[in-house]
Design a protein around this ligand. Structure first.
Ligand SMILES: Nc1ncnc2c1ncn2[C@@H]1O[C@H](COP(=O)(O)OP(=O)(O)O)[C@@H](O)[C@H]1O
Ligand SMILES: [Mg+2]
Length: 277
C-alpha cells in the first residue's frame, strides 16, 4: 500500500530523517516511537507533504506522492488526514463547522469563504461527531471544550475527509490519561472498523504496545526497530531511547491501560517492573 524508499530530510546541517525505508502492506495501526528530536514528526509531515522531503520516494499504491502538485497534491493531503497534538481547531468556530472544514479542500474558494455547507455535509459532520461520542457538543464553540473533547473533534474532522489513512502526531501528548485512552480507543476503532492505516507518533512505549500492531522505533533520524509489540524487548527499547543501564520504562509511560489483551503476554516482553533495572 505505502512504501518508503530512502526518505531523507535535511534541515541545514541536521539530518532529521535519514534514508528511511519500510513498507506498510496492509491496513495496520503503526506506532512510531522515539525520543524528542528523533524525526517522528518530520517523517509524518513528509507523508502529508507539510514538510518537503530532501530526497527519497514515498509510493502509495505505486504512485509517487512526493511529486504530486496542485490539485493532485491537495487531494492527497485530504486522503491522509492529520491529527495534531494541539488539535488545530478554529477556536471561535462551532464544533460542527470545525468538522466540516475537513471538506474544505473539496470546495471552491467562494463556498469556503462563506462557510456554505450542504445538508448532507452537515449530516456527515453530525454522524462523525456522534461516532466520537460528542454530537451533543456540536453547536458549542471549539474553545469551550476540554482538550480531550477537542481532540475528538479533530478526529471527526479527519473522518470527514474520508481519508485513506490517518496520521496522528502525538495525539495524546497534551491529554490526561483518561482522555488519552478515549482518543487512542477512537483511533483504534477507526483502524479496525474502517480498515484504515493509522500511523501514530507516540513518545510513550506502553501506549504503542497497547494499541499498535506494529512499532517503528526511531533514533537520530534512523529506524532502529521495526516489529511487533511483543518483539520490543528491553534491549530494543534501550536502543530506541538511547538509554543507559538506568533506563526505566515507566519514564516513557502515560499510564494508559487500554484493556486490550493478548498482545503482551509473550516471553521476553519487558514489564515496567522488569525494565526498572
Ligand atoms: N522546521 C525545522 N527547522 C529546522 N530543524 C528542524 C525543523 N523541524 C525539525 N527540525 C529538527 O529535526 C529533528 C527532528 O525533529 P522532529 O521530527 O520534530 O522530531 P520528533 O517529532 O521525533 O520530536 C530535530 O533535530 C529538530 O530540531
Ligand atoms: Mg514530534
Amino acid at each position: 500500500m505505502i512504501q518508503f524508499q530512502e526518505v531523507t530530510k535535511i534541515f541545514g546541517s541536521r539530518t532529521a530523517v535519514n534514508k528511511v525505508g519500510f513498507n506498510i502492506d496492509q491496513p495496520q495501526m503503526v506506532g512510531i516511537i522515539g525520543r524528542s528530536g528523533a524525526g517522528k514528526s518530520t517523517l509524518l509531515r513528509m507523508i502529508n507533504r507539510l514538510t518537503p522531503a530532501t530526497s527519497g520516494r514515498i509510493l502509495f499504491e505505486n504512485q509517487d506522492i512526493l511529486s504530486l502538485k496542485g490539485g493532485m497534491m491537495r487531494r492527497w493531503q485530504r486522503d491522509c488526514a492529520m491529527v495534531f497534538q494541539q488539535f488545530n481547531l478554529v477556536p471561535r468556530l462551532d464544533v460542527a463547522t470545525n468538522v466540516m472544514l475537513g471538506r474544505l479542500n473539496g470546495h471552491g474558494t467562494f463556498k469556503s469563504l462563506f462557510n456554505i455547507f450542504s445538508a448532507s455535509e452537515v449530516n456527515d459532520a453530525l454522524a462523525a461527531l456522534d461516532r466520537l461520542g460528542i454530537v451533543q457538543e456540536a453547536t458549542k464553540r471549539a474553545e469551550e471544550l476540554s482538550g480531550g473533547q477537542q481532540q475528538r473533534v479533530a478526529i471527526a474532522r479527519a473522518l470527514m475527509q474520508n481519508p485513506h489513512m490517518i496520521l496522528a502526531d502525538e495525539p495524546i501528548a497534551s491529554l490526561d490519561p483518561m482522555n488519552a485512552k478515549i482518543v487512542m480507543d477512537a483511533l483504534r476503532e477507526i483502524h479496525e472498523r474502517d480498515n484504515k492505516i493509522v500511523i501514530c507518533n507516540l513518545h510513550t512505549l506502553d501506549t504503542a504496545r497497547s494499541y499498535c500492531d506494529r512499532i517503528i522505533g526511531m533514533r537520530d533520524g534512523f529506524i532502529v526497530f521495526d516489529g511487533k509489540p511483543e518483539e520490543l524487548t528491553t534491549a530494543a527499547a534501550r536502543e530506541i531511547y538511547g538509554a543507559d543501564e538506568n533506563f526505566n520504562e515507566a519514564a516513557t509511560s502515560t499510564a494508559i491501560d487500554a484493556g486490550r489483551s493478548g498482545t503482551q503476554e509473550s516471553a521476553g516482553v519487558m514489564t515496567p517492573a522488569a525494565a526498572a533495572v
